[in-house]
Design a binder for this molecule. Structure first.
Ligand SMILES: *Cc1c(COP(=O)(O)O)cnc(C)c1O
Length: 361
């Protein structure tokens, strides 16, 4: 028998989550963001769940090729645009739309030979200070693009830094509205947090990433139950040992956990080499046979330990849910272990390790 750990991907939950986004912003067209191999899920594995989207957005040209190879005929958008002039040939061949966020990308387009003019998304840096033209440079970039025969429609795009928190989007929207006020073209503003929290924004296209994958963008203020989202990835393993501790006994490397009283613990076939975060300390929630328990001691490469007090019937072979769907309809949102490790659901799903076998279910 292989080591008892596996990941399950739930494409119909992706479809459900996209439908939730659609209901939140019914007038907008929906990009399903599948960068980073669909946030670690595998583009091919979630593909059946993406069918209701109006387009697929990603970063990597090889991923764009995979999406076209799967038969996707609707729009595909490169969120960071092209990385060198040559990439434009693939855009022409596969009909990829692409972001334009710096001057060299406009130069490359001007020198590109194509029969089919390209649809571009001109990116404004409205305050994130990552990608995009500064407000003072945006309109001249638009005019340059507009003069190119290689360019078809120009859409207008920006990205929010604080859609998930108290700062909100107001200041960035004010910059965007001011700079783009009389420019024609479709607008694309909202990420997941803005789709859920700032529904009244005027945006022709929204970009749904993390919400599609069953993580709440504003956890812990809200959880997935609040937003009506479903987990799309389950990481589950089994107990491969149990130990009976006496008062004073410790668990794991560094002896970081010490039993105060007699305590039965289980050893789970999951460690940081599977993608479980080592920084998740004692007290991180897991499900054993669907019952909430907590970890004890340090996560090691291949194992972690859990306090079995809530589930005395647990034994070698008992099912342990690290995140996602547990037995009998139980759930553990990926946001919980992520928060316990001081990180976000995004990072855990993207970091699922290569050695974990994955099935679609
Ligand atoms: C990743 C990304 C998104 C999706 O963000 P989520 O928070 O996962 O919804 C949207 N727009 C851009 C430009 C991105 O890079």
């Amino acid at each position: 028998m292989p080591r008892p750990i596996e990941a399950l991907i739930h494409p119909e939950a992706v479809a459900h989550n996209l439908a939730t986004a659609r209901a939140a912003v019914p007038d907008a067209k929906l990009w399903a963001v599948v960068k980073a191999n669909a946030y670690g899920h595998g583009i091919e594995r979630v593909y059946s769940g993406l069918q209701s989207a109006d387009g697929i957005a990603l970063l990597d040209l090889a991923e764009a090729e995979r999406v076209r190879a799967l038969g996707w005929r609707k729009p595909v958008l490169l969120l960071e645009g092209v990385f060198e002039a040559r990439d434009l040939e693939l855009c022409s061949r596969l009909n990829l739309w692409h972001a334009v966020h710096h001057d060299a990308q406009i130069d490359w387009l001007g020198a590109h030979k194509t029969h089919q003019p390209h649809r571009v998304f001109l990116k404004l840096n409205s305050g994130m200070n990552r990608l995009g033209f500064a407000p003072s440079a945006y309109r001249s970039a638009w005019a340059r693009l507009n003069a190119l025969p290689q360019v078809d429609e120009i859409s207008l795009m920006t990205h929010f830094a604080d859609a998930d928190g108290p700062n909100g989007v107001e200041a960035q929207v004010a910059v965007f509205d001011e700079v783009t006020r009389d420019l024609p073209g479709e607008r694309s503003l909202s990420n997941s947090a803005a789709i859920l929290r700032h529904r009244a924004l005027k945006t022709d296209w929204v970009r749904a990433g993390i919400l599609s994958y069953g993580s709440a963008p504003d956890y812990p203020e809200h959880d997935i139950a609040h937003w009506g989202l479903q987990p799309t990835m389950t990481l589950r393993a089994q107990l491969i040992a149990t130990q009976q501790l006496q008062p004073g006994d410790t668990v794991g490397y560094g002896s970081r956990f010490r039993a105060e009283a007699p305590l039965r613990i289980g050893v789970v076939a999951c460690g940081y080499a599977d993608g479980y975060p080592r920084l998740a300390g004692s007290g991180t929630p897991v499900l054993v046979d669907g019952i909430r328990c907590t970890t004890v001691g340090r996560v090691s490469m291949d194992m972690l330990a859990v306090d079995l007090t809530p589930v005395p019937a647990a034994r070698v072979g008992s099912e342990v849910t690290l995140w996602g769907r547990g037995p009998h309809g139980t759930l553990l949102a990926i946001d919980e272990p992520a928060a316990a490790a001081g990180t976000i659901g995004y990072e855990l799903m993207c970091a699922l390790a290569q050695r974990v076998p994955v099935r679609i279910e």
